[in-house]
Design a protein around this ligand. Structure first.
Ligand SMILES: O=C(O)CCC(=O)N[C@@H](CCC(=O)O)C(=O)O
Ligand SMILES: [Zn+2]
Length: 331
């Protein structure tokens, strides 16, 4: 049943059972795309882990990665040793192989959300699922990895976005991400209402959005470069301490500016296939908006991340970042 969970979610077929046993514990299906794994015994290093994928329906590699982890659990190659909430974010968008159906789910994770519609309802359901899960494990260190893939190529194909929130990121997280072959980290500069931000802001979780290569349809993903990330997820599922490496292996950036789309008449002034983290020199015009005017790089170069001129009005059309120092170990 476990390994069929993803297929059944894609087919919108209700599974025959809402729970059962697996090596090292039990599973419970709380709602479509919301699966909780409960260990018979938590290992001492275990985190309470939220692992989500498919928040954008066309980002399939992370869904396959979670599927592989479940298959290994079910086959007895891994023994569950930590509480885990596994989430397929937007099953309807997954079925349509679209980023979203009506609106971008990953901008809706706020407690004062009052919009109606499929994605707002889904955001409310997922926020409740995360609240309930973390409240069951008050003694555990909390963690949320929200797994994505990017629309464009990237100078660093695998990178982490660290949400902005008060909770400090523990140094071991940088070590784990470096060992998982994450190549760059982007620190957010302000609240962003993404899923990983929700867990960090409201539950003090160690939380990241992880970009794991480029968005491709099911069956077209090469999971080989994600093998080190699979090892990290498996260690978390087993409640073991993951391997670490020096964070200096990764390049660090901080968002300096968020480029917003204000009007219908908006364009980015560089090629559509410009890879993430491409740097633009001072004086370069990056955007033209009928309402906000033009945006030109000022005195320091800026690197562009997630450029997308086709976003909804009022939404982020790109992040502009500058290099940041690698974090030092507080000891
Ligand atoms: O490649 C793109 O333009 C988008 C990839 C993606 O979905 N990224 C996330 C990042 C979330 C964050 O800022 O933490 C998103 O845009 O929701
Ligand atoms: Zn995404």
């Amino acid at each position: 049943m476990l390994s069929e969970w993803i297929e059944l979610s894609l087919e919108s077929t209700a599974p025959t059972s809402r729970g059962g046993k697996l090596p090292g514990g039990t599973y419970t299906l709380h709602a479509a795309g919301v699966l909780e794994l409960t260990p018979t015994e938590c290992r001492s290093e275990a985190h309470a882990c939220v692992l989500s994928a498919g928040i954008h329906g066309n980002e399939t590699a992370p869904i396959e990665l979670l599927g592989e982890c479940l298959a290994r659990l079910e086959a007895g190659l891994l023994a569950l040793g930590a509480p885990v909430l596994m989430i397929l974010g937007n099953p309807e968008a997954m079925r349509r192989a679209e980023r979203y159906v009506n609106t971008n789910l990953n901008r809706l994770f706020r407690r004062d959300l009052d919009e109606s519609g499929m994605e707002p309802d889904r955001a409310r359901l997922l926020m409740r699922a995360v609240d309930d899960f973390f409240s069951r494990y008050p003694e555990h260190e909390r963690l949320h990895y929200d797994l994505h893939t990017a629309i464009r190529d990237s100078r660093y194909p695998r990178f982490a976005v660290e949400p902005f929130a008060e909770t400090a990121t523990r140094h071991e997280q940088w070590r784990w991400l470096a060992a998982a072959d994450i190549q760059a980290v982007l620190h957010q500069h302000q609240h962003s209402w993404t899923f990983s931000h929700y867990s960090k802001h409201h539950h003090q979780a160690q939380a990241f959005t992880l970009e794991l290569g480029r968005a491709l349809p099911f069956g077209h993903n090469d999971l080989a470069p994600l093998a080190p990330m699979a090892r990290l997820l498996e260690a978390l599922l087993e409640g073991r301490k993951p391997s670490g490496d020096t964070p200096e292996r990764m390049r660090f950036f901080r968002v300096a500016h968020e480029l917003m789309r204000h009007s219908e008449d908006f364009r980015l002034c560089f090629a559509d296939d410009t890879p993430n983290f491409t740097e633009f020199a001072p004086g370069t015009q990056l955007a033209e908006d009928a309402e906000a005017g033009s945006f030109v790089v000022e005195s320091e170069p800026l690197s562009v991340v997630f450029p997308n001129a086709a976003v909804e009005l009022g939404a982020r059309a790109a992040l502009l970042a500058r290099p940041a120092p690698a974090p030092t170990d507080p000891g």
